[in-house]
Design a protein around this ligand. Structure first.
Ligand SMILES: Nc1ncnc2c1ncn2[C@@H]1O[C@H](COP(=O)(O)OP(=O)(O)OP(=O)(O)O)[C@@H](O)[C@H]1O
Length: 443
């Protein structure tokens, strides 16, 4: 196509794209930016510096080479091969610093199906930050990005999502992010902790009850399924749902129908299901300790959340984020390179929760505003001088039942402090202690 004709077409295209609220650029087949719309200039532009005439990989990534040659997925290459749109989650440089951006590239074809140009739409992902942040999900490692990309893909649909990951990997935070990225974001986000509940309690929590349904049911109570109307129901630790209750849960998910305990009226639920577990649910379905039909119903879209040791590249921005979040009047604490190296060499069985707790503890000892190795928990420094354990050899459950029982008996503080000390969530600690027959708060 001659360049005048292409120029006129690009101009027509850009006047059309200018009316869109979404940032967009037009590219030629050599990665040159031919034009950008007003939304792009407002969100990604720098005053007085036009991106037109620059290479896209230079502007968005500060690379000297196209993304695929720099080891990243290049949507241009894929769109050219497919002669169709391609989508990818990238980290782009923006005037605000690095950001997660959903990039969708559409090729423009001529009469002979040759690609003559591309239109790229960019949407900043608001549910996670690629730099240290005072709130929410933080991460930029490939494993984290894979989970975030899956979240972005599935969020707009109604499909149930199953979050898989060890304790403290951020399953609840991810579930919340999924809710916020969905069209139900204005509705409620309701968390149901499925661990440690008897079948009867589970049923009345979930479905509610009618007045007089059982002794003590003085008034009608709405269940969490009703509370979640128009929003998202997050079933945490779904692997712990009692077998007898699983069939009722399946019926609820399949038909949307349920009854309050003691009620005759069939009610209709309206929620998006997100479930999470640290347990090997597939194996449990195979050995009969979890219903297979329920497993298949909830596992249509599994997302694996990596353990912290599998995304250790994220450690610096996680540490900075937590130091920001803990900052007092004199600003955030600093951390020495030695302390950071010790954190990087540790295997983090309690994952991000354990990291946050270790930093909170260290902050109490950092009198001069600096965290060094001396301020880190002794357990962590002891391990830090050895070779870090590889993910393959690291046991999934670090605190054995026997260890946990000993710790619970020996520990002088509250259960909350014990949970922090062990790098477990309070819920997980209570559930495991209950399983061991240790219920009482130490007196
Ligand atoms: N990517 C992340 N960025 C920042 N903070 C995170 C991230 N992931 C988890 N956290 C923090 O780590 C802690 C544990 O997260 P969360 O409770 O979501 O984990 P979980 O997998 O649901 O744990 P459990 O299975 O024990 O309930 C929380 O304080 C959460 O804010």
């Amino acid at each position: 196509m001659n360049s005048d004709k292409l120029g006129a077409q690009v101009q027509a295209l850009i006047s059309y794209l200018d009316q869109e609220a979404q940032p967009a650029i037009v590219l030629d087949t050599e990665y040159n930016i031919l034009a950008s719309n007003t939304a792009y200039q407002r969100q990604f532009g720098t005053a007085g510096a036009s991106v037109v005439g620059h290479k896209c990989f230079r502007v968005s990534h500060h690379y000297e080479l196209p993304c695929d040659l720099a080891g990243e997925h290049c949507p241009m290459k894929k769109a050219l091969e497919k002669r169709g749109p391609d989508r990818v989650l990238h980290i782009h440089h923006t005037p605000r610093g690095p950001e997660h951006v959903n990039v969708e590239l559409r090729p423009i074809l001529d009469d002979e199906r040759n690609v003559v140009a591309y239109v790229e739409h960019l949407v900043t992902v608001r549910q996670a930050s690629a730099r240290a942040s005072s709130e929410g999900l933080v991460g930029r490692s490939p494993r984290f990005m894979a989970a975030l990309e899956a979240l972005q893909r599935v969020a707009p649909s109604r499909l149930p999502v199953l979050l898989l990951g060890e304790s403290g990997t951020g399953k609840e935070l991810f579930a919340r992010a999924l809710h916020e990225a969905s069209d139900r974001a204005r509705g409620p986000f309701v968390v149901v902790d499925c661990s440690g509940l008897t079948e009867t309690l589970f049923e009345s929590e979930l479905f509610g009850y009618e007045r007089g349904a059982f002794t003590g049911a003085a008034t009608r109570k709405h269940g969490l399924v009703e509370t979640a109307r128009g929003g998202t129901l997050f079933l945490d630790e779904i692997g712990d749902v009692p077998l007898g209750m699983q069939v009722k849960l399946l019926r609820l998910i399949e038909t949307g129908a349920f009854r309050r305990v003691g009620g005759v009226e069939t009610l209709h639920a309206d929620f998006r299901l997100v479930a999470a577990t640290h347990k090997p649910l597939r194996d449990m379905a195979a050995d009969g300790s979890f219903r297979q039909d329920l497993f298949y119903r909830i596992s249509a879209f599994p997302i694996e959340l990596p353990a912290l040791r599998e995304r250790i590249e994220d450690l610096p921005i996680l540490v900075d984020s937590f130091l920001q979040r803990m900052a007092g009047a004199s600003g955030p604490l600093r951390i020495t390179p030695q302390a950071m190296a010790a954190l990087a060499a540790y295997a983090w069985p309690g994952n991000i929760r354990e990291l946050r707790n270790a930093l909170e503890r260290a902050s109490l000892f950092a009198d001069d505003g600096v965290i060094d190795t001396a301020q880190l928990p002794p357990l962590l420094c002891g391990v830090a001088h050895h070779t870090p354990l590889s993910p393959a050899t690291f046991p999934r459950r670090t605190w054995t039942d026997a260890d946990l029982a000993t710790q619970a008996r020996a520990f002088a503080g509250t259960r909350r402090e014990l949970a922090r000390h062990l790098g477990l969530s309070e819920r997980t600690l209570y559930r495991r202690l209950r399983g061991l027959g240790i219920d009482d708060e130490p007196g």
